[in-house]
Design a protein around this ligand. Structure first.
Ligand SMILES: [Zn+2]
Length: 221
């Protein structure tokens, strides 16, 4: 690599000895080692080939209009993408606050009251604390509020199994939602559910669905 100009300066090889033109030696040395400014020619860039087709195009969030990302909820406003506008993914703080409130309600109702309350509101995809906090459990495949049986499976069977697992694993499964992209707990994954905030009760199931009830706001009887 004897043609390196830095090596020429370091060893002070005379240009005449190397057969190079004299005028290079009389030029003032550039203070910086950067090459002289070079203006690139603006070449028209062709459109990228079909390789970008493999990437999922960002879905526009119906609530905030920003690219929603690849998860079930918008990465900016937490709007759940397959549910009506205003239904957001519940925050981790609200979820843990719900656990605490659930425990307080159990104590205040001597547990049996909480159990009866829960068995009633399971049909709305809720538990007692979720009802007070306007949270709701949603079935992901059906894109609607979880029914009574799914709630029973989630609250009783799945949570019992996960609680048994958690007792051997430093309660780590209870904090699963902290690193889950959809804030799912393990019992949410077992029941394929998502916990959302529904402050306007948009997802509350109608108590008596009629066969030809086109207007949901029209009360029957
Ligand atoms: Zn959004």
């Amino acid at each position: 690599m004897t043609d390196n100009p830095d090596e020429h300066r370091g060893t002070r090889v005379q240009p005449e000895a190397r057969g190079e033109p004299r005028q290079w030696d009389q030029r003032p040395q550039h203070p910086s080692t950067n090459p002289p400014p070079f203006t690139p020619q603006p070449t028209p860039q062709p459109t990228p080939p079909a390789t970008s087709m493999a990437l999922t195009p960002p879905t526009e969030c119906p609530a905030c209009g920003k690219p929603a990302g690849e998860e079930l909820s918008c990465q900016f406003c937490n709007q759940v993408l397959f549910l009506p506008q205003g239904i957001t993914l519940s925050t981790a703080g609200l979820r843990f606050g719900g656990y605490l409130l659930e425990f307080v309600l159990m104590i205040c109702t001597l547990v049996i009251g909480w159990v009866i309350w829960a068995l009633i509101v399971f049909q709305y995809g809720q538990t007692p604390a979720k009802q007070l906090l306007h949270m709701r459990v949603v079935c992901i495949p059906q894109a609607r509020t979880a029914g009574w049986l799914r709630m029973f499976f989630r609250e009783v069977i799945a949570k019992t199994l996960i609680g048994f697992l958690a007792s051997f694993t430093l309660l780590i499964p209870y904090f699963w939602l902290l690193w889950d992209k959809n804030r799912q707990e393990l019992w949410d994954k077992m029941a394929t559910t998502l916990v959302v905030s529904d402050p306007r009760d948009l997802l509350r199931p109608q108590p008596q669905p009629q066969l030809s009830d086109s207007q949901a706001g029209t009360p029957q009887r």
